[in-house]
Ligand binder design. Structure first.
Ligand code: ADP
Ligand code: MG
Length: 604
């Protein structure tokens, strides 16, 4: 008997369908586009179990009559083109006429639709592509399509679907992108019977961005634009002030001639516009709409047209970079921005450079932080004070401030020469000059201490719970990760829609910027998707520890007293990993005698 046999048409259709519909988000994308093509001004997307159980789209568009409702299920059925020649001209999103056929082939669909000319609606039940029931129903003009049990008849495809949460995130991202792209249409998003988002139609993309990004960010959005007429290029941007940022790039959206696109170079141009105003490693939040002469852009480099290539990429990138830079420079509020942590802990961001003021910063940290109990009168250290010192009150203090304990750690002793730029501790040690980055050093100290303190001190109940309000996407992530926080002594409970109450925190974090810690954590969870649960927990725990250390550490620009500097040096030297901060930055830099001689050309 021959080994080759022909697949039935039904099987071929199912395989082809899998190419069009890869996952819930790709099915939802087709359905959303159809609803928009039908002229809907209000669209509801209902999702169950990450779209595996249900993807339902309810629109108030033009709907379909009976003939069209049947026709739309057939392959290559479309009302949008009539000949191949139309393909180039077509302005609507889809043109293949195969999306509905593909979706219905691999799921159980209930299609309820009523055309503008009809008094009643029609309901079709379709099982794996076959209509199994038809009835007349009362419904408003528009279409309501419910796609259940995606890939129920293609187990091989079903296996490739990711976890519910992952599929849900892709759906959520799609929804946000679609809602940003179409601000004139109202959108609602419901997941597992919970309303996640409601964004009524608005007049501007800025208003839409504000609806979607959530309360905190909305008030810090800036509109900007730029143009370059020779390329028919005009750019509109909505960017967040640099006090909002994320570890990942999930809040950066680009549209070219109204289509969402991915393009690494465009993202880099946006980030470049934020040069020097975002913390290292952080990404901005921005939505950029690019309109350009179609001849200046190639949209056919990706099968789903998600990527684009420009004929003059450098010009486009420069236009974006310039636009962002100018918007930030012109934004008066920029100068008043102080990181929330600075306020919370009374750290004056940058004290005047020249004047010698007693350091409040360290005191406030030590008071709030059991790692640094207020210092007892420090013992004097003969060896530390032997080197000749300038006759300055500041130096007098530190000459008597070092603790004897230090000698056990650094052999031989060091001499503290002072603080440079309120940022670096300058030390003479053996034949070397050592610079210590005070922030990096303190971060390292706290990072190593935090590991013990989590266990030692447990948490403390806050007298007034701290309430934090998040956008729907972040709220979901947080609600899924409350146990990780609990493991760190942070007791967080849901507190109404999208809000959470922080009720208890580790003792040493009593006055830390909770919002920021929670938000940064969410960004991290969002960014790290492809690791095992165990690995994931480990990375997150490490990151959280580093983050807490970073937040609580003394900052560059903080004036330290000699006693504080000595304490920091002592603690750093006691660390297991003293040479780098938890993020991998060096804590100290050594310039030895030989290197110094080379600088002054004293050696041959
Ligand atoms: P395409 O969108 O490429 O035409 P689809 O398979 O997605 O192909 O849809 C087939 C046809 O079904 C559309 O051309 C349209 O006429 C009709 N249709 C699909 N969804 C809707 C809807 N939500 N409202 C009205 N008509 C629809
Ligand atoms: Mg379509």
């Amino acid at each position: 008997m021959g080994k080759i046999h022909l697949l039935s048409e039904h099987e071929i259709h199912k395989i082809a369908a899998g190419e069009v519909v890869e996952r819930p988000a790709s099915a939802a994308k087709e359905l959303l586009e159809n609803a928009l093509d039908a002229g809907a001004t209000s669209i509801t997307l209902r999702i169950k179990q990450g779209g595996k159980k249900l993807i339902q789209i309810i629109d108030n568009g033009c709907g379909m009559d009976r003939d069209d409702a049947y026709a739309c299920l057939k392959n290559h059925a479309t009302s949008k083109i009539s000949s191949v020649d139309d393909i180039e001209k077509i302005a609507t999103f889809g043109f293949r006429g195969e999306a509905l056929a593909a979706i219905t082939a691999v799921s159980r669909v209930t299609l309820k639709t009523r055309g503008t000319e009809n008094n009643v609606g029609l309901q079709l039940t379709i099982n794996g592509g076959t209509v199994v029931d038809e009835s007349i129903v009362a419904c408003p003009v528009g279409t309501d399509i419910a796609v259940e049990d995606l890939f129920f008849n293609v187990p091989a495809r079903q296996k490739f679907l990711k976890k519910d949460e992952t599929e849900w995130r892709a759906l959520n991202h799609l929804f946000i992108t679609c809602a940003l792209q179409n601000h004139c249409c109202g959108f609602s998003l419901i997941h597992d019977d919970r309303t996640i988002l409601q964004a009524p139609a608005v007049k501007t993309a800025l208003e839409r961005a504000a609806q979607l990004l959530g309360g905190d960010i909305a008030k810090d959005l800036l509109s900007c634009s730029n143009r370059y007429d020779q390329l028919g290029l005009s750019i509109e941007g909505i960017i967040a002030r640099p006090n909002h940022h994320r570890y990942d790039k999930s809040h950066i959206f680009f549209f070219v001639n109204r289509r969402p696109v991915k393009n690494h170079k465009l993202v880099q141009a946006l980030i470049k516009g934020y040069n020097n105003v975002l913390p290292a490693g952080q990404n901005p939040i921005g939505i950029v709409f690019i309109t350009i002469n179609p001849e200046e852009v190639d949209v056919n480099i990706h099968p789903r047209k998600e990527e684009v290539q420009f004929v003059h990429p450098v010009t486009v990138e420069r236009c974006i970079h310039e636009m962002v830079q100018n918007a930030l420079n012109n934004d008066v509020n920029l100068t008043t921005q102080v990181a929330p942590f600075d306020k919370a802990t009374n750290i004056s961001a940058i004290p005047p450079k020249k004047s010698f003021i007693p350091a409040k910063s360290w005191a406030s940290i030590t008071q709030n932080n059991p790692l640094h109990p207020p210092q007892k009168a420090p013992q004097s250290c003969v060896e530390c004070s032997t080197a000749a010192q300038p006759d300055h009150p500041e130096f007098k203090t530190f000459m008597t401030s070092s603790t004897g304990h230090l000698q056990a750690i650094i052999e031989p002793s060091y001499t503290l020469l002072g603080q440079l730029l309120n940022t670096y501790l300058v030390i003479e040690h053996e034949d070397s000059l050592i610079l210590i980055d005070q922030h990096a050093a303190h971060e390292r100290v706290l990072y190593e201490k935090f590991a013990e303190r989590f266990i030692e001190n447990g948490s403390t109940q806050l007298i007034f719970p701290h309430i934090i309000k998040l956008n729907p996407e972040d709220a979901l992530i947080l609600s899924e990760n409350l146990s990780t926080f609990a493991g760190y002594g942070m007791e967080i409970e849901p507190f109404g829609p999208q809000s959470f109450a922080i009720r208890a925190v580790p003792v040493y974090l009593k006055s830390a910027p909770f919002d920021e810690i929670v938000r940064s954590y969410i960004d991290m969870v969002d960014g790290d998707k492809n690791v095992s649960q165990e690995e994931f927990n480990h990375i997150l725990h490490e990151k959280l520890r580093a983050l807490m250390a970073c937040k609580a550490a003394v900052k560059a620009g903080d004036r330290l007293t000699p006693a504080e500097m000595h304490e920091l040096i002592e603690k750093l030297m006691a660390c297991e990993q003293k040479t780098t901060c938890p993020h991998g930055r060096p804590t100290m830099y050594r310039l030895n005698h030989h290197e110094i001689e080379k600088i002054f050309q004293r050696c041959g």
